[in-house]
Design a protein around this ligand. Structure first.
Ligand code: TMP
Length: 208
C-alpha cells in the first residue's frame, strides 16, 4: 500500500494501442502486489458507460461539439467521484484510459472549443485531481486509423484533418508539461514501449 495514491493515465490518437499498454501495466503492477484499479473514459461507471454509448454511436452525427464536450465531462464527474477519488484516497494506483487531456486534444485543439473553457469545466469536474504520470502513445494518424479497424465509431469517423489536429494537440500538451506527459512511440516493438512505461512507473513509485 502506498502512502498516497498514484494516478496514471494513458492517452493517444486512435489506434495507438493505449488500452493494450494500460492493461499490460495493470497486470504487471498487480503481479508486483500493488493495489491497482484499471478503468477507462468515457465509461468506468454505469452512467458513464451509458454516456459512452451516446457519444460513440455513429447515428448521432448531429452532435454539437459543446454537447460532446459536456457529455465527456459528465461521464468524467461520475468516474472521478465513484471510482478514482475513493481509490486514490485508499492509497491505490489508478490506471485510466484517457482523462482531461483527451478533451483538450479532441474537443479543444481539434473541435475548436477554447482551451480555457475546457480547463474551467474540468476544474469543476475533477475536484483537484490530476494525473501524476500520463503516457502519450504517439502514432502517425493515418496508420492509427488503419489500425483501429473497419467498424468505426462516431469519433473515429471524423476526418483525417480532425485526427491530425488531435495528435498535434496531444503533442502540444506534452511539450507544455514534459514532467508529467511522457511520449512513447507506438510504432515498432511493443516490448520496447512496455519496458519504457514500466521503468518510468517504478521510478515514480520509489518516490511515493
Ligand atoms: P477509446 O478511448 O476507447 O478509443 O474511445 C473514446 C473516444 O472518445 C476516442 O475517440 C477519444 C474520444 N474522447 C474525446 O473525444 N474526448 C474525451 O474527453 C475522451 C475521454 C475521449
Amino acid at each position: 500500500m502506498l502512502k498516497q495514491g498514484l494516478f496514471i493515465t494513458f492517452e493517444g490518437p486512435e489506434g495507438s494501442g493505449k488500452s493494450t499498454h494500460s492493461k499490460l501495466l495493470y497486470d504487471y503492477l498487480r503481479k508486483k502486489r500493488f493495489e491497482v484499479v484499471h478503468t477507462r473514459e468515457p465509461g468506468g461507471t454505469v452512467i458513464g458507460e451509458k454516456i459512452r454509448k451516446v457519444l460513440l454511436d455513429p447515428k448521432n452525427k448531429d452532435m454539437d461539439v459543446v454537447c460532446e464536450m459536456l457529455l465527456y465531462m459528465s461521464a468524467r464527474i461520475q468516474i472521478v467521484k465513484r471510482v478514482i477519488l475513493p481509490a486514490l484516497k485508499k492509497g491505490k494506483i489508478v490506471i485510466c484510459d484517457r482523462f482531461t487531456d483527451a478533451t483538450l486534444a479532441y474537443q479543444g485543439y481539434a473541435g475548436g472549443i477554447d482551451l480555457k473553457i475546457i480547463e474551467d469545466v474540468a476544474n469543476l469536474v475533477t475536484r483537484g485531481i490530476a494525473p501524476d504520470i500520463t503516457f502519450l502513445l504517439d502514432i502517425d494518424t493515418k496508420l492509427g486509423l488503419l489500425r483501429s479497424g473497419r467498424d468505426k465509431d462516431r469519433m473515429e469517423r471524423k476526418s483525417l484533418m480532425y485526427h491530425n489536429k488531435v495528435r498535434k494537440g496531444y503533442l502540444s500538451i506534452a511539450k507544455r508539461e514534459p514532467d508529467r506527459v511522457k511520449i512513447i512511440s507506438a510504432v515498432g516493438d511493443i516490448s520496447e514501449a512496455r519496458e519504457k512505461i514500466r521503468k518510468i512507473v517504478l521510478h515514480k513509485l520509489g518516490k511515493v
